[in-house]
Design a protein around this ligand. Structure first.
Ligand SMILES: *Cc1c(COP(=O)(O)O)cnc(C)c1O
Length: 433
């Protein structure tokens, strides 16, 4: 297994090189040179396998022995030490709750996996690595938590000022130690543009910068685990499985589609977006035309030019017709999202967060388009308690804060404010610790 750059296929890297660099020297995203095929026996026995065994068997071919088997197995068991329950919402519709990790974000799995891989890959090296990451909401907290106090790794997180929720901001600005938060005057896309530029900046080479966004293969690939763990729960029923993924940068859904290519029996995917609808418009009109990013209540999906969509296209060799057979994409407004949060609460006594609500809407819309029966799963990507401003008034309830989150309310916010790329660069060059 090697990883090639999507811009120039002759540029190749090992797992370690790709995980450490994040992005290829020509700015391309790395993509696996082969799609491993899991044997039929893997799926036949899946209900009897442990979560760690499933994850280990899925990820092993991608690591190519660069981390020894025993260490890799221990690593994935540690990453997956919380639950991923499949909760029945209504007939044939389930929420796959991905928010039971330490920061209540589905990104905990990717961030924890990546942190532990980097630690394993560089443990005999002396030099320090700096993780530079842009976040539109949840990534920052998950990365900060995943890397917190990991020796030899410093984390610098960029986030758009006033555009993340108060809990999200607390999660990424209050840890201290090796975690530094930078508040950028601008949008998530501006943050991401600065990060991309820093990676290409010769003068920053000595800082050993690497990314922890979903473009990094070590964060992107472990997201496959959710889909396999979900299937473990559903392997004995025989209706087709349709999964709706609330999507922003399209890393999560791309991992699901890679899982399908490895043999996982998922019949169809729905990409559900907020009004940042570049992909739904592309699927309809065959023109990829990002617009200005819009702010929505599902702010972790406020992305107008999703980096990982190019990986989805690569999975289908650029064949749009083949892609259409496996994927539908729809966008929804904030009004639809709020109405859905209310409706699910009233009808089913279940509170979805704004991202999950968009996923649910995607399933409902797909159901209108097709005749056949299916089991629909939407990914519930964040805990609703992270969005008290929009949910509590709407439903007239107070959402209980899980214990593992209560601590962040006490911490002091520590950030550096910047407006330009030059300020980021100066910061990275000056800050040694
Ligand atoms: C990051 C995130 C998403 C979108 O995931 P992508 O992989 O960027 O498409 C959806 N919901 C929440 C809560 C997120 O944090």
């Amino acid at each position: 297994m090697r990883y090639y750059s999507l811009t120039d296929h002759s540029i190749v890297a090992t797992f370690k090189q790709a995980a450490l660099k994040g992005i290829a020297p020509d700015k391309g995203l790395y993509f696996p040179s082969e799609i491993p095929q899991l044997p039929a026996s893997f799926f036949r026995d899946i209900a009897h396998k442990s979560e760690a065994t499933i994850a280990f068997e899925v990820i092993r071919p991608f690591i190519n022995k660069e981390i020894a088997d025993a260490e890799l197995y221990a690593l994935v068991s540690d990453v997956l030490n919380f639950n991923f329950p499949l909760v029945s919402i209504e007939k044939d519709i389930y929420a796959l709750e991905l928010f039971h990790g330490p920061t209540l974000a589905f990104k905990d799995v990717g961030a924890r996996f990546m942190a532990r891989c980097l630690q394993a890959l560089v443990k005999d090296k002396k030099e320090k690595i700096t993780i530079l990451v842009a976040t539109s909401g949840d990534t920052g907290g998950a990365v900060a938590n995943g890397f917190y106090d990991v020796e030899g790794i410093e984390v610098v997180i960029l986030y758009p000022a006033n555009k993340v929720s108060s809990i999200q901001e607390k999660q990424l600005t209050t840890l201290g130690k090796n975690i530094k938060a930078i508040e950028v005057e601008g949008s998530f896309d501006d943050c991401q543009a600065m990060v991309k530029r820093a990676f290409l900046d010769e003068e920053l080479k000595q800082r050993n910068l690497t990314s922890a966004n979903s473009i990094n293969i070590a964060r992107w690939l472990p997201q496959m685990f959710y889909y396999f763990l979900m299937y473990k729960e559903l392997s004995t029923q025989d209706k087709p499985i349709v999964v709706s993924v609330p999507s922003g940068n399209f890393g999560n859904i791309c991992a699901g589609m890679l899982a399908k290519k490895m043999g996982l029996p998922i019949a169809h995917f729905v990409a559900a977006t907020n009004t940042n609808d570049t992909v739904p418009r592309y699927m309809q009109q065959a023109i990829y035309a990002p617009k200005q990013t819009q702010e929505t209540i599902s702010n972790a999906m406020d992305v107008s030019d999703p980096s990982n969509f190019i990986r989805i296209q690569e999975l289908y060799n650029g064949d749009k017709e083949a892609l259409e057979k496996d994927l539908d994409a729809y966008s929804f407004t904030d009004e639809q999202t709020l109405a859905t949060i209310k409706q699910i609460y009233q009808a089913n006594d279940y509170i979805v967060d704004p991202h999950g609500a968009v996923g649910y809407l995607g399933l409902k819309k797909y159901r209108e388009q097709v005749q056949e029966d299916f089991i629909g799963i939407f990914l519930e990507t964040a805990h609703p308690v992270k969005f008290p401003e929009c949910i509590e008034g709407l439903l007239g309830v107070e959402i209980e804060v899980p214990e593992r989150l209560a601590g962040v309310y006490q911490g002091e916010k520590q950030t550096v404010g910047i407006q330009t790329y030059q300020q980021l660069k100066d910061y990275l060059l000056e800050c040694k610790s």
